[in-house]
Design a protein around this ligand. Structure first.
Ligand code: GLN
Length: 217
């Protein structure tokens, strides 16, 4: 009601964007730090209530089999699926891409995925090459190359039409965009370069802004 306070509640202001990072296991602290450096508020997501309080979520790298088990154990699998189906922006990195994929190859027999990203991935498929490596990637939307760190990364073997390839390595997509989901086979949180985190914040901010407008806020 008070126009003087509008900037305080502006959902597009960086400080007002609430980003969650799935914190079951893996590299979640590094993502939280990256967003805080950019002036956004980031918090760990461990419960359905945590998830309900954020505008966008990061599915970090780590061990997808463990993350899958814990996500189910903590009752987060269905809430995550529902929010992402309802258009919540997602930044999925490495094991996070596995968690989201529609088809998983070389997963454990009881391993589940959310099945929401229309791609097929193979776990640990850089195995015969050095398992972990770094390279410079040209990524759509970034002016300068990005130094990418791959750690036992999955290979994205198939993508549906409609999935945008932002970068490739060795002929396979390693950065993709599908609707409001950005999927990276590498670990952007392990370098000092925050451009991909900023890109994700821009997506979250644009969506929050649109939601606020359509609700008349
Ligand atoms: N190899 C891991 C898995 O299959 C992914 C590795 C990572 O996230 N850096 O879950």
């Amino acid at each position: 009601m008070n126009p003087a306070n509008l900037d305080v509640i502006d959902p597009t202001a960086m400080g007002a964007i609430r980003v969650g990072v799935l914190a079951m296991q893996g590299a979640f602290r590094e993502h939280i730090r990256a967003f805080e450096e950019l002036g956004a508020s980031a918090r760990p997501v461990r419960t359905p209530d945590d998830l309900a309080s954020v505008d966008g979520v990061v599915l970090p790298g780590g061990e997808s089999t463990t993350m899958d088990k814990l996500t189910r154990k903590f009752g987060l699998q269905e809430p995550l699926r529902r929010r992402i189906e309802a258009d919540m922006p997602v930044l999925a990195t490495c094991a996070g891409v596995i968690l989201l994929a529609r088809e998983l190859r070389d997963g454990l027999p009881d391993q589940q995925t959310l099945g929401l990203l229309p791609i097929a991935v193979r776990r640990n498929a850089y195995g015969r090459q050095p398992e972990s490596f770094e390279c410079e990637l040209d990524i759509a939307g970034l002016d300068e190359p990005f130094h990418a760190v791959f750690i036992r990364a999955p290979v994205i073997e198939e993508i549906d039409a409609g999935v945008e390839v932002m970068a490739t390595y060795g002929g396979a997509p390693v950065a993709i965009q599908s609707g409001q989901v950005m999927g990276l086979a590498f670990h952007p949180e392990l370098t000092r370069d925050r451009r991909l985190h900023q890109l994700f914040l821009d997506t979250v901010s644009a969506r929050s802004h649109r939601a606020a407008q359509s609700s008349g806020a």
